[in-house]
Design a binder for this molecule. Structure first.
Ligand code: COA
Length: 162
């Protein structure tokens, strides 16, 4: 029984994140999407809103081996306490690589023995997007159709325009 964690801020979850969730859910018996409360970021959505958004989409898609949780503090503490076999991260471009390798190597010193960082290449359809870019485009009246789940896009519009 292999358990993996896919972690990030998900403020909000984009179709790029969702692509990784779908693919990782096929690779592991159990996938936990871990919404991190990152003190370095001022989120648009609360922790509860982000968890609920992801749970709704995962439920609609019938991804029965995927659950959603949230945490704060050191990633390795959460991973070790949860007994995860792997931590999944998406790589969008070579620019992500520098940051991710540094983090993976640091985490290798902190994770319980046997826990691996696993990297999936983001689909080229979504390799250019980030949550911040989506928020900026929508806040300025641009279209993010097809880049974010429809229900989440409505919530972003509501935050900025209603
Ligand atoms: N599709 C679309 N966008 C993607 C993506 C994908 N597949 N993968 C990443 N992104 C975007 C996100 O939208 C996010 O955009 P934003 O910066 O505009 O919000 C950006 O890439 C960064 O993604 P995210 O994975 O959410 O990063 P993060 O920096 O918030 O969190 C953690 C990364 C959680 C792994 C890291 O902060 C962490 O481990 N924190 C805990 C503290 C800790 O343990 N530190 C020591 C680490 S060694």
């Amino acid at each position: 029984m292999k358990r993996a964690l896919y972690t990030g801020s998900f403020d909000p979850m984009t179709n790029g994140h969702l692509d990784i969730i779908k693919r990782a859910s096929r690779m592991f018996d159990e996938l936990v999407v871990g919404v991190i409360v990152n003190p370095n970021k001022s989120p648009l959505f609360t922790r509860e809103e982000r968890v609920r958004q992801i749970e709704d989409i995962v439920g609609e898609l019938g991804l029965s081996n995927v659950t959603v949780d949230s945490f704060q503090g050191l990633l390795a503490d959460y991973v070790n306490a949860g007994g995860f076999d792997a931590v999944v991260r998406g790589l969008r471009a070579t620019s992500d690589f520098e940051y991710e390798i540094q983090m993976a190597q640091m985490n290798a010193c902190l994770f319980n023995p046997g826990t691996e960082s696993v990297f999936l290449m983001t689909s080229p359809r979504y390799s250019f997007i980030s949550s911040s870019m989506i928020k900026e485009v929508v806040s300025l009246g641009g279209s993010a159709d097809g880049l974010v789940p429809v229900s989440i896009l409505e919530e972003i519009k509501n935050k900025f325009h209603r």
